[in-house]
Design a protein around this ligand. Sequence first.
Ligand SMILES: NCC(=O)N[C@@H](Cc1c[nH]cn1)C(=O)O
Ligand SMILES: [Zn+2]
Ligand SMILES: [Zn+2]
Length: 477
Amino acid sequence: MAAPTEFLTYIDSKADAFIQRLADAVAIQSVSGDAKRRGEVVRMAHWLDGQLKALGVETKLVDLGKHVMDGVELDLPPAILGSIGNDPKKKTVLIYGHFDVQPANKSDGWDTEPFELVIKENGQLVGRGSSDDKGPILGWLNVLEYHRDNQKPLPVNIKFCFEGMEESGSEGLDELVEKESKAGGYFEGVDCVCISDNYWLNDRTPVLTYGLRGLTYFKVTVSGPGRDLHSGVFGRTVHEPMTDLIHLMGRLVDQQGNILVPGVDEMVPPADDEEKAIYEALDYSISDVESAAGGQISLTSNKVDLLMGRMRNPSLSLHGIEGAFSEPGAKTVIPAKVSGKFSIRLVPPQTPEAVNPLVIEYLKSEFAKLNTKNRLEIEGLHGGKPWVADHKHWNFEAAKRATRSVYKQEPDLTREGGSIPVTLTFAESLGVNVLLLPMGRGDDGAHSTNEKLDRSNFIEGSKLLGSYLYELAAISK
Ligand SMILES: NCC(=O)N[C@@H](Cc1c[nH]cn1)C(=O)O
Ligand SMILES: [Zn+2]
Ligand SMILES: [Zn+2]
């Protein structure tokens, strides 16, 4: 059953108001990884809660307790649970999204202020969180607004689960999901789950996503001197922490992306011809990755190898060094304590539990080879397992039908290189199918500078989310 035509025209007619609401959401600097902005994440939770209530959703804010970040104890932002519709004859879908965002500062290289949504002439809506994940969350609100304004019943019952810590390890959420998935819990009766929090492969073909990579994130600290030192006084006189750390970081991954930690790449069985044919059929090219990356830097010119690198192979990325001199100028310092940050994206059968001991043992043995008198500390910051779903399930079929009706295109079926750790928790705790139904394009620049969501993806994407609910209602289980 396609969505009513008046729903589609309503979404078009309200486009400017919907974009203004996105601007209001982007203006709240809900950076979960920045202790100083924790109040903004909480403010975002209250803003979203108010929006949901105004649209007829019964909500509750759930206190997730406290956690320690960078040595400071902080209150976790509340999760929002919501419910609208309770008709036993209708299916119940659980919708997840996150209202926190990655850090962003204009000085990182943004052309405009990251927390002021800019509407560009080419239709791009530029601002932190526009695509990841405020735009998609607001897409669901746009759907609710049509039903409220036109006094139309929703075709399905909806439960919502929105969190404010996804970009920082989803602290506290697994426990909540596990608890509420039990008999008598908030999620009782849920038939399927839908998450809109990833991206198309390119800028033209919609996708449905049935896999995510897992993640394990490390902080490796090398320290020795009692304070920062003058390199003219102490250079070639003491063991320098930065020299040791750079050596360790340089021993993790090679220039072709091969992971040098023994046993990590080897855990993953090679793809056979049948699996390679799946990647060959996807609408993707080397120029898609290079234009999205903003440079001619792809690791290979073989499309299948490139897609396997993103979707079904693990990867190790170096993210940064805390404590290193990073200001403009030429300070001649020997930093006393430096912490390298890196993470590994995991694929089945890898798990953080299986991979972490290999990484820790390797770092220790490489450090021992340095014969340094400095100290090494290794911390696992957060992690999550990879997830793969059955894409032949009726939940995916409903999304396929909705994609055909809104975009007049057949969606590609993809596995995503990123991670949404709670996805597997939903799948395992509820025992139902989980679908990823992205709104944004592959070149949106999520986590990067000048993150954007195209106006057409926001508007057509809102139609897609609504149409999916109608197709879900109509499809046989
Ligand atoms: N849109 C999903 C997403 O961006 N997820 C993050 C999760 C994460 C983990 N640690 C920091 N962020 C991702 O990087 O994949
Ligand atoms: Zn996200
Ligand atoms: Zn993200």
